[in-house]
Design a protein around this ligand. Structure first.
Ligand code: UD1
Length: 425
């Protein structure tokens, strides 16, 4: 049954919302469980569609996986299967993170090329180059990445770009390689620190987590562990922008405000009052009284403004006072959703990796289609500031990344519903 979200615009969002573990962390931590035989337990996991999809990928590799609300338990076998098939891999991009652990553990991996969001080309050249430098042979055969290594050895690796996925795959292979690996121009995202912390608990020797240079001293084997997933900074940013756009007052708990420094600073420039919170959990509060002022945004790897937050920035700009320029530097096709926002009356124009948006007082509700997780959430935010009803279709994208999205919006006072019905033609 096709589902859509029905958003009646106009409400001011007020209240408290709790954010659980990060999608972009938990999926990699689940893959990391492959590195150690035995039972790994992850807590604070988000109840989103991508977690059971990743569980299916791991089951296909011989793991037993149990999901009990926010707790995911993975039993990794003595000898994982090294083939990850297309049926499970095609459903989510993060599945490619089994590549590094499989090469490390089985010395061989045949991993179907993953699916994921339609946000532009997502090559794996840096993942493969890194594995080659660690001593593996790798290539693409029949739609799969094939990697094989008799022995993995330490290496000096310079990444062309601080790719999150490449850093994670190389890191997870290097922890079980002979000798020392240095990854330069490594990604510095909080999720990279999270995986380093978990790997260290498992016995890995890693220095420099959160900096551009990761040094990994390979060990013979790792032990399973229990780990709490860090709060989702992208979901946190979604609520922060929702507060600013609806002239609301939202306290966001369960996420480290230090992970959103730039987002919160931009909201201050837009006119919001932002304070940090420490009790009962760490978080922050965003209060906006008037119409937001236009601000420019430029996406960059962390600590730059996250590309995942870019659709929310465009939504904010659409209702802000003045003209904003949003520059996308990470994914080439991440402005696809702007056309959907234009259906809602947004005065926006894209040219290459720039988008100029002239803010208008009110958008106008329309049927729109979500093309990926964050685009979908951005369209819901736009709908909250629109006159009349916005129907956001293809909400399975949003369900892949946002636990309890509709319920949380309703608790904050939004007039939104999940509707199961075929689209009117
Ligand atoms: C992860 C996140 C995604 C986020 C992105 C950037 C997950 C599941 N997804 O994606 O939400 O938007 O980080 O913060 O965690 N690239 C290459 N060759 C490679 C690898 C990457 O050219 O081998 C390019 C990509 O095409 C893209 C850029 O590098 O233009 C950044 O990609 P990367 O950081 O790898 O993103 P993901 O790990 O795929």
């Amino acid at each position: 049954m096709s589902e859509h979200f029905r958003v009646q615009g106009g409400a001011r969002l007020v209240g408290e919302v709790s954010v659980v573990g990060a999608k972009n962390s938990v999926l990699k931590l689940m893959a990391a469980a492959l590195l150690a035989e035995g039972t790994t337990t992850l807590t604070n996991c988000p109840e989103i569609l991508d977690v059971p999809l990743m569980a299916d990928v791991l089951r296909g590799l011989g793991c037993a996986v149990d999901i009990d609300h926010d707790k995911v338990t993975i039993v990794s076998p003595p000898k994982p299967n090294h083939r990850a098939d297309f049926a499970s891999m095609s459903k989510l991009r993060a599945s490619v993170c089994v590549l590094g652990p499989l090469v490390a553990r089985c010395r061989k991996a045949v991993v179907a090329l993953p699916g994921g969001d339609a946000i532009g080309s997502r090559p794996l050249d840096m993942h493969q180059n890194g594995l080659r430098q660690l001593g593996a042979t790798t290539g693409i055969e029949h739609g799969c990445v094939v990697a094989e290594a008799e022995n993995l050895h330490g290496a000096q690796i310079w990444l062309d770009f601080p790719s999150v996925g490449a850093t994670e795959n190389i890191l997870m292979a290097a922890v079980l390689a002979d000798g020392t690996t240095v990854i330069d121009n490594a990604a510095r995202e909080p999720e990279i620190i999270d995986i380093c912390v978990m790997l260290q608990q498992m016995g890995a020797k890693i220095e420099g987590a959160g900096t551009s240079t990761l040094t990994v001293h390979g060990v013979q084997s790792l032990q399973p562990t229990e780990h709490r997933v860090i709060g989702d900074r992208i979901v946190g940013a979604t609520w922060a922008l929702a507060a600013a756009m609806t002239r609301g007052d939202i306290t966001v708990l369960g996420v480290d405000p230090g992970h959103l420094n730039l987002v919160l600073e931009k909201l201050r420039s837009a006119g919001a009052e932002v304070t940090t919170v420490t009790e009962p959990q760490q978080g922050f509060r965003v209060v906006m009284d008037g119409r937001p002022k236009a601000v420019d945004f430029v996406t960059l790897p962390y600590p730059g403004f996250a590309t995942d937050n870019q659709p929310f920035a465009v939504a904010l700009a659409a209702v802000a006072e003045g003209t904003s320029m949003i520059t996308e530097n990470v994914f080439e096709a991440r402005f696809r959703f702007v056309e959907e926002m234009m259906r809602m009356g947004a005065d926006a124009r894209t040219d290459g990796h720039h988008c100029v948006v002239r803010g208008i007082e009110k958008l106008s509700g329309a049927p729109v289609w979500a093309s990926d997780i964050r685009a979908g959430a951005g369209l819901v935010l736009a709908g909250l500031c629109a006159e009349g009803v916005t129907e956001v279709w293809d909400v399975f994208h949003i369900d892949r990344g946002y636990p309890q999205f509709i319920e949380n919006l309703q608790r904050l006072g939004a007039d939104v519903q999940r509707v199961s019905a075929p689209p009117e033609r």
